[in-house]
Design a protein around this ligand. Structure first.
Ligand code: DAH
Length: 336
């Protein structure tokens, strides 16, 4: 019996088949009810009792090997059969589905690119901040409305910890950790407690710029911003600076660019003024420099901050801000 089992084992190990029909013939020959292995099992009752344990194990192993062998043969043949059916050497290669960058990343990267050409490097800071970095150091009086619960998300039970409402907080981080000359760009996400609509969201993106050195003037600021506007929106773009107020800059201004849609003639997009606002800016307030450990008698600087969504709207004419955060493929695919 043992000999029979090992002989059959060898034969099964070396079985081959050319077609699926061959495999079926082999299966019947060895594994069907009347097959050779079943015959051995039938003989099992004649095995002397003291050998039953050993022979039983050998028989089980033999049957498993035969099952595996038949399955392997069948799988190989059916995989090959599919391959030959599918092969069509005249067919052109399948095109790869390429992803696209998010429009906000495209715009942010372009802003970084433009300013890096005039010496700005990138700095970052935390989105969860403390009051001092977001407001205190930036000359916000304690009762300033921007600190109000309605605008700022505070962390429960600790009003000192909040989600930054602007990337100007990174200015604070840079000024307290670096010595002038400082020339940085701080891109990042900011949070405000706003009702979500087509024109406002509870989070959005800003890029902040900061330049501090000896003898930095408002003319330097204007020159840098004009360069940026022309690079971003085209050589024929004009800029206009309007006086404004921010606690951390003095003097402060808001910058408009000539409307890209009507070319300055006036249209619904620019509310018939020919201008659209794109950023806030100004000379860093001496209080801010001193609070951050930079001597305002020696150094001066400018800062500016812009909304990435705003710039993306102007570039791509996206009317609904919510599209930027919905991950709708029909929208995102258009930016390939
Ligand atoms: N932090 C301001 C905001 O969120 C934007 C801003 C205005 C930044 C003027 C500046 C600046 O650096 O000088 O509305």
């Amino acid at each position: 019996m043992k000999e029979k089992i090992s002989k059959l084992g060898l034969i099964i190990e070396n079985l081959t088949a050319k077609t699926l029909d061959d495999v079926e013939v082999l299966r019947i020959k060895y594994l069907s009810k009347k097959g050779e292995i079943s015959a051995l099992f039938d003989n099992f009752r004649n095995v002397p009792n003291e050998q039953k344990r050993e022979i039983g194990q050998l028989l089980n192993v033999l049957r498993d090997r035969a099952l595996n062998k038949i399955n392997d043969l069948r799988e190989n043949l059916s995989a090959n059969a599919q391959n030959t059916e599918k092969q069509d050497f005249t067919r052109s290669a399948e095109s790869l589905e390429l992803g696209a960058r998010h429009p906000l990343s495209l715009v942010r990267n372009e802003i970084i690119d433009i300013f890096s050409r005039i010496g700005f490097s990138v700095a970052s800071g935390p989105e969860i901040e403390d009051d001092w970095h977001v407001f205190g150091a930036l000359n916000f009086p304690p009762e300033h409305p921007a600190r109000d619960m309605q605008d700022t998300f505070f962390i429960e039970k600790n009003p000192d910890i909040l989600l930054r409402t602007h990337t100007s907080s990174v200015q604070t981080r840079v000024m307290t950790s670096q010595k002038p000359p400082i020339r940085v760009l701080c891109p990042g996400r900011v949070y405000r407690n706003e009702a979500i609509s087509y024109r406002a969201h509870c989070f959005f993106h800003q890029v902040e710029g900061l330049y501090i050195d000896k003898n930095v003037s408002f003319a330097d600021l204007k020159q840098a911003l004009l360069y940026f506007a022309k690079e971003m929106f085209g050589e024929d773009t004009q800029i206009r600076l309007r006086p404004s107020y921010f606690p951390f800059t003095e003097p402060s201004a808001e910058m408009d660019i000539s409307c890209k849609i009507c070319g300055g003639k006036g249209c619904p997009f620019c509310k018939h003024t020919g201008w659209v606002e794109i950023l806030g800016c100004g000379m860093v307030d001496s209080n801010v420099l001193d609070e951050c450990g930079i001597d305002s008698k020696i150094y001066s600087g400018y800062a500016f901050g812009m909304g990435v969504e705003r710039i993306a709207n102007l570039k791509f004419q996206v009317k609904d801000l919510r599209l930027f955060s919905e991950n709708d493929m029909r929208f995102l695919r258009q930016f390939k």
